[in-house]
Ligand binder design. Structure first.
Ligand code: PGA
Length: 275
């Protein structure tokens, strides 16, 4: 009978993916005096049926992290992989744990160098293996951002999936070890970030579905059924309903619109689309 129990658990896991929306403030706002307004926007989000997290700038995390309502999680935009010590300019998981933080974003395309870093980009191995493994071991949960640049999208879905798999592959052992509770994937096509060009619902669904199929094969059916995959890239209150209606889109990672009151509407529209 145990296999029957397992298969019904699997179905429940499929049904039970809780929507999740993140606000990525990036290197904003310019002034400390603007923080209270941005915190208030996040705190208007209804978290009854949706997890909400916010990624303040590193300089501002320590100012705001205790100001969010229950259900709105403060998630730094990056993490080192060594802990405390002589790592100038870095942040570590031990500090986050001590401050009561549960989530951390890693692998954002802007961290990978997509805004024009003249230095080598952070590799997928560093992000999905070293950093993700270090964060998970420290007890944190991870939002792992992945996604392709425009020239790859122009080649079609197979080329897109090559990039997504390359981004994800070094993290597969951690996904097997820690499970879908601890990891969220944020699929963010680079060409749609901050450009106002959103992936169409068809493009988002096709890609999310392919990512889930890859994870079913590489990790397990159970992990793939339960893991939440967010879409990111010019998500806003105008496109949240249509994108949120896609069965494999479990939420959004929102940049520009997370600095505005509409972040609340994005959460509401997503929850309504999933209801
Ligand atoms: P955007 O940013 O919503 O401003 O496009 C999304 C992101 O980079 O996380």
């Amino acid at each position: 009978w145990s296999s029957d129990v397992c298969s019904s658990d699997l179905e429940n896991a499929t049904m039970a993916r809780r929507p999740i929306v993140g606000g990525n403030w990036k290197c904003n706002p310019a002034k400390v005096s603007e923080l209270d307004g941005l915190v208030a926007n996040m705190n208007t989000c209804d978290t009854a049926n949706c997890d909400v997290y916010v990624c303040p700038s590193p300089l501002h995390v320590g100012i705001v992290y205790q100001k969010f309502n229950k259900g709105v999680y403060c998630a730094p935009q990056n993490c080192n992989f060594k802990g405390t010590g002589a790592y100038t300019g870095e942040m570590c998981a031990e500090q986050m744990v001590d401050m009561g933080m549960e989530w951390c974003l890693i692998g954002h395309s802007e961290r990978r160098g997509e805004f024009g870093l003249p230095t080598p980009a952070e590799s997928s191995k560093l992000i999905a293996d070293t950093k993700m493994g270090y964060l998970l071991k420290a007890g944190m949960k991870v939002i792992l951002a992945i996604g392709e640049p425009l020239p790859i999208r122009e080649k079609g879905i197979e080329a897109v999936m090559e990039v997504c798999k390359e981004n994800l592959a070094p993290g597969i052992p951690h996904m097997k070890e820690y499970g879908a509770e601890k990891i969220v994937i944020a699929y963010e096509p680079v060409w749609s970030i901050g450009t106002g060009v959103t992936a169409s619902p068809e493009q988002a669904q096709e890609t999310h579905k392919a990512i889930r199929a890859y994870l079913a094969e590489a990790v397990s059916e159970e992990f793939a059924a339960a893991v939440r995959i967010q879409y990111g890239g010019s998500a806003n209150a105008k496109n949240a309903a249509a994108l949120g209606a896609c069965p494999d889109v479990d939420g959004f990672l929102v940049g520009g619109a997370s600095l505005k009151p509409e972040i609340k509407d994005i959460v509401d529209l997503l929850v309504a689309a999933k209801a």
